[in-house]
Design a protein around this ligand. Structure first.
Ligand code: NAD
Ligand code: DAU
Length: 356
């Protein structure tokens, strides 16, 4: 079959990437989806077992820093478009060791940009025009006080090694547009939650610890604020921006759904007490205040007006409904959690909280 697009999705075995691969395979049978992933601790092909036998799906295990491997993929699959998600994504890990973040998030992104630029210059392979869509984060804008929202024009002010590496990658993506005319789009999204998220991030970590009656580590006073969006809605926003967003533009993605960490964890405890048949208040007794994250950003909140007005995108789910589905998924998939938290992750996690 001749496919209308051959889309390279990087990081497709990770949390958001696997939701995006699933959406694209189900929605666009005339596209071939090539998932390229290094399968780090955060990548797991079991995230995709329901779609891996689709005829329009291919998986390549490779590192985005490996230029020869990337060139081979562009040539073999005649890549028409890239949606780039592969990254080191966890802020606490970036504080422990920034270099891996520089390698994957900065060097790996530039490597991909070079490969796309070189291949598309020689091969005009897509009748609709090529697109390099870079998936980024709201953390590039820094930290908000009590008021205000991040807009696309908010100056960059990254403050952690993770957000600095993502900001750097955004700058390189824009530089390739301005300097070489590469057809790029960028999306900057707020905190995602949902199924298949590695349980080092706040929500799945807390769910897992509640199940096992382990301490629930709240950094600092728990009054930091995040703006939560269901991962399936993030995937639908990427789909919309990839297809209809303007070239050279950035779009913020978010749910207008701000929670302090402590309120969110208390709410999780409440719904999990009900689901697990525990007495009301039992899980909340596990809450333990620990040393704050170094340089902890106070508040993130997204103004997604541009995406809503230009591209008519809105989140599909209320947070309470999304969280309910999410908790059910983790309760029904205890095996997945056991698998991804075994071995090296367990050592990392235990060391991490030793001095907190
Ligand atoms: P994740 O950590 O769950 O997945 C990252 C994936 O990238 C994994 O499958 C991993 O194996 C792969 N990967 C890592 N290094 C690689 C390399 N060198 N070469 C090839 N593959 C590699 O991350 P996520 O939470 O799904 O985030 C995906 C993207 O979305 C990231 O770019 C992140 O910055 C961005 N983002 C995440 C959130 C969020 O809340 N999780 C919000 C906004 C933006
Ligand atoms: O805003 C988008 C970003 O959201 C993404 O770019 C990142 O990839 C993603 O990891 C996420 O970053 P955060 O640092 O906001 O997410 P995390 O789940 O690590 O933490 C959420 C909040 O909860 C943050 O204020 C720190 C706090 N926290 C986190 C953990 C893991 C705790 O209090 N205790 C914890 O154990």
């Amino acid at each position: 079959m001749a496919y209308t697009k051959n889309i390279l999705i990087t990081g497709g075995a990770g949390f958001i990437g696997s939701h995006l691969v699933r959406l694209m395979l189900n929605k666009y049978p005339d596209y071939r989806i090539i998932n390229l992933d290094k399968l780090t601790y955060a990548g797991n092909l079991k995230n995709l077992t329901d779609v891996e036998s689709a005829p329009n799906y291919a998986f390549v295990k490779a590192d985005i820093c490996d230029r020869n491997a990337i060139n081979d993929v562009f040539e073999k699959y005649e890549i028409t478009d890239v949606i780039h998600l592969a990254a080191e994504s966890h802020v606490d890990r970036s504080i422990e060791g920034p270099m891996e973040f520089v390698m994957t998030n900065v060097v790996g992104t530039v490597n991909l940009l070079q490969a796309a630029k070189d291949f598309w210059k020689l091969n005009i392979v897509s009748s609709g025009g090529n697109v390099f869509h870079h998936v980024s984060t709201d953390e590039v804008y820094g930290s908000l006080g009590a008021e205000g929202l991040f807009e696309e024009v908010t100056p960059y002010d990254p403050r952690s090694p993770y957000s600095s590496s993502k900001a750097s990658s955004d700058h390189f993506v824009r530089a390739f547009h301005h300097t070489y005319g590469l057809p790029i789009k960028i999306s900057n999204c707020s905190n995602n939650y949902g199924s298949h998220q590695f349980p080092e991030k706040l929500i799945p970590l807390m769910i897992n610890n509640i199940v096992h009656k382990k301490p629930l580590p709240i950094y600092g006073k728990g009054d930091n604020i995040r703006d939560w969006l269901w991962v399936v809605d993030h995937a639908s926003a990427i789909d919309r921006i990839f297809h209809d967003g303007r070239l050279g533009e950035a779009y913020n993605v978010g749910g207008l759904n701000e929670w302090t960490n402590i309120d969110l964890v208390k709410y999780l405890c409440k719904i999990m007490d009900q689901k697990l048949g525990r007495a009301e208040g039992e899980s909340a007794e596990l809450i333990t205040y620990v040393t704050d994250r170094a340089g902890h950003d106070m508040r993130y909140a997204i103004d997604a007006t541009k995406l809503e007005t230009e591209l008519n995108w809105r989140p599909s789910l209320q947070f309470e409904e999304g969280l309910d589905k999410t908790v059910d998924w983790y309760l029904e998939n205890a095996e997945w959690i056991d698998e991804v938290t075994s071995g090296a992750y367990r050592d990392y996690y235990e060391n991490m909280y030793q001095d907190r």
